[in-house]
Design a protein. Structure first.
Ligand SMILES: Cc1cc2nc3c(=O)[nH]c(=O)nc-3n(C[C@H](O)[C@H](O)[C@H](O)COP(=O)(O)OP(=O)(O)OC[C@H]3O[C@@H](n4cnc5c(N)ncnc54)[C@H](O)[C@@H]3O)c2cc1C
Ligand code: FES
Length: 280
């Protein structure tokens, strides 16, 4: 059982929990994730380790409330215990001194890039961070990321904060300004990662994306998380979740995220009835 020590609402439908789990805090590296089962009968969901504090023995997870299991997780309060938390899982991000690295976070992906931005800056890279959301109210982690890099750029779809447009527009401008970019890291919704890869492809700039297929066991046994990379099947839980974006079959990934929509809706309605709340 893992006690929740802190809970914050970062934006509409995005929560942050700090959980006491010393063995994971000690072993966590940027890019790792955990599998969380929020209540005894709930499903398993993968969530990125957004931060780890070895001294306090805690990790932070940040999640968007999109369905039944994230709704159940968000129903927990400070002092409650999460029955099962497995990790750290997945390959850690590859961190070294590359030169200039552009790190891009979209939506809840903004929180997921935080450990990588910290580690890439510490390794001596010039890190340019681009974050984007639909509107200002959905932007998270500006201050935390601002402390970890010298160049933080913000985009919103409606122009309510930073540049009006998409993270990929800002990426295009950085590249066309003649700045030498050695690596791009993009984490966020699948269409965002795909567009970022299309921007960098003609310039042959290596682009790493973090894939988010549905996962079940997250230990390489069930095959649910399979993705196609470079024409080969890979299991994102044990061979990823980070891959070379220029090799990823994004259409296949998008299609594989769709088939359970009806069941997911039924599960959400069921959980909302249990919690006596209205589905959003
Ligand atoms: C390695 C990894 C790390 C992740 N890290 C985070 C994180 O740090 N924070 C966070 O908020 N989410 C993260 N996700 C996504 C998260 O696991 C899903 O949002 C969660 O499983 C949804 O569960 P649910 O039961 O609440 O919703 P469901 O009922 O399963 O789904 C509700 C809606 O969300 C969509 N959805 C479900 N799973 C995913 C998915 N994996 N990616 C995109 N859309 C999905 C469904 O298509 C549906 O429209 C991560 C996924 C992976 C694979
Ligand atoms: S989630 Fe089962 S093999 Fe990856």
């Amino acid at each position: 059982m893992f006690k929740i020590l802190k809970k914050e609402r970062l934006a509409e439908n995005i929560s942050r929990l700090v959980v006491a789990v010393p063995h994971i805090a000690r072993a966590a590296k940027p890019g790792n994730f955990v599998v969380v089962i929020p209540t005894e009968k709930a499903e398993r969901i993968p969530l990125t380790i957004a931060d780890a504090d070895v001294e306090k023995g805690t990790i932070a997870i940040i999640f968007q409330i999109v369905g039944a299991t994230t709704k159940l997780l968000d129903s927990l309060k400070v002092g409650d215990e999460i029955p099962h938390l497995l990790g750290p899982l997945g390959h850690p991000s590859h961190i070294e001194k590359f030169g200039t690295v552009v790190v891009i976070g979209g939506g809840v992906g903004i929180a997921e890039i935080y450990p990588a931005v910290k580690a890439l800056s510490k390794a001596g890279n010039e890190v340019i961070v681009i974050i984007g959301a639909r509107c200002q109210d959905l932007l998270i982690y500006q201050h935390e990321l601002g402390k970890q890099c010298k160049d933080l750029r913000i985009t919103t779809d409606d122009g309510s904060c930073g540049r009006k447009g998409f993270v990929s527009d800002e990426l295009k401008d950085i590249i066309s300004s003649g700045k030498k970019v050695d690596l791009v890291v993009a984490v966020g919704p699948v269409p965002m990662m795909k567009v970022c890869c299309e921007v960098t492809r003609p310039h042959k700039i290596k682009t790493v994306v973090s894939l988010n297929p549905i996962m079940l066991d997250a230990t390489g046994m069930c095959g649910v998380c399979r993705v196609v990379v470079g024409g080969k099947t890979k299991f994102a839980c044990v061979e990823g979740p980070e891959f070379d974006g220029h090799e990823v079959d994004f259409k296949e990934l998008t299609d594989r995220l769709k088939p359970y929509r009806d069941v997911e809706k039924q599960a959400l309605d069921h959980v909302c009835r249990l919690l006596s709340i209205t589905p959003q």
